[in-house]
Design a protein around this ligand. Sequence first.
Ligand SMILES: C[S@@+](CC[C@H](N)C(=O)[O-])C[C@H]1O[C@@H](n2cnc3c(N)ncnc32)[C@H](O)[C@@H]1O
Length: 302
Amino acid sequence: MTDSSTGAGAAYGDRDPDALARRAGERANPDRDQHFLVDDRVLDRIPAYLPDDVDASHLLEIGGGAGALTDRLLAVAADDGSADTDAQRRLSVIERDGVFAGFLREEFATAIDDGLLDVIEGDALDVDLPPFTACVANLPYGVSSEIAFRLLPEGKPLVLMFQAEFAERMVASAGDAEYGRLSVSAQHYAAVEIVERVPKEAFAPQPAVESAVVRCTPRDPDYEVGDEAFFLRFVKALFTQRRKTVRNAIRNTGHISGLDDPEAVVDAADEDLLRQRPGDLDPSAFAALAELARDHGSPTEV
Ligand SMILES: C[S@@+](CC[C@H](N)C(=O)[O-])C[C@H]1O[C@@H](n2cnc3c(N)ncnc32)[C@H](O)[C@@H]1O
C-alpha cells in the first residue's frame, strides 16, 4: 500500500499505529478505556479472524480511538472481494469520545467521502446500532460485557478483544472453575473461542491486565428456548447459588428467576439434574430446566 504516515489521503491497512496515536493530538486516557493497539502484527491478524465465509458488506467497529484498527478494517471494506465493483462495502465506527470521533473523521475523510465509512459519535450502549453484518472491535473494557450482550443477540460474527480473564469465562465449559452465567449466556448465542492472547505490551498506554481476542460465530442451538429473557434470568438465578445443588438453587432463587412455585419445578425435574450443581450443567441442560420451570413454576415478570 502507500505512505503510512500521511493521514487523510493514505490508502488503508498500513498506517503506523504510533503515528496515528500521536496525530490524534491527545494522550489516550486510560480512565476512559483508551488503550490503543500499537502492535502491527496483532492489528494485521485481528480482521483475519473473521470466518472465511463472512459477509463483510457492512462491518461495525466499536471504540475507534485513534483509528489503528479502523484502518485495517477499511482495507477489508475497500476490497469488495468480487468483480462486481457496485458491491460497495461499508464500515461504521461508534466512538464515544468527541476528540477521537473528530480525529477519525479527519483522518479518514476520503473514506467518508467515498461512502466507505461513517463515524457515529455516541455511547455504544445507547446509540441505535447500524444494520451490520459482522463486528470487529478492541472493546472498552469497562463496558465490554454490556456491549458484548448487546451484540450477541444480533446473531452476527464477532471478533472482539476482551480482558483475558473475561474471555476465559466466556469460553469455559461446564465443570470448569471459570464456568458461569457469562459462559452459558454467551454460548447460548454463539460458538465462542479464544483465537489469540494479547500481551499488555501490544497497547499504549498498557492496560493492567492481559487481553484476548474472542471469535463468536453465531449458532442455532440444538435446544428450544421459549422465552429468552426468562432463560437468561433463570441461569443468572441458579449461578447465585453455584455451590448448592440444582435442587436447592431452584428452591432458593424463585425471587430472582420470578418463579412463584419453585417447589413444583423441583417435583417435575429429573433427579439426575437436581443432584448436580449449576456449574455442571451445559447450556442445553439449563434450557431444558428453564422450559420445565416455565411450564410448572408459575413464572411472573420480575
Ligand atoms: C480500547 S480502546 C480501542 C481503540 C482502538 N480501536 C484501538 O484498537 O487502538 C476503546 C475505545 O472505545 C472508546 N469508548 C469507551 N467507552 C465507549 C462507549 N461506551 N461507547 C463507544 N466507545 C467507547 C474509547 O474512547 C476508546 O477510543
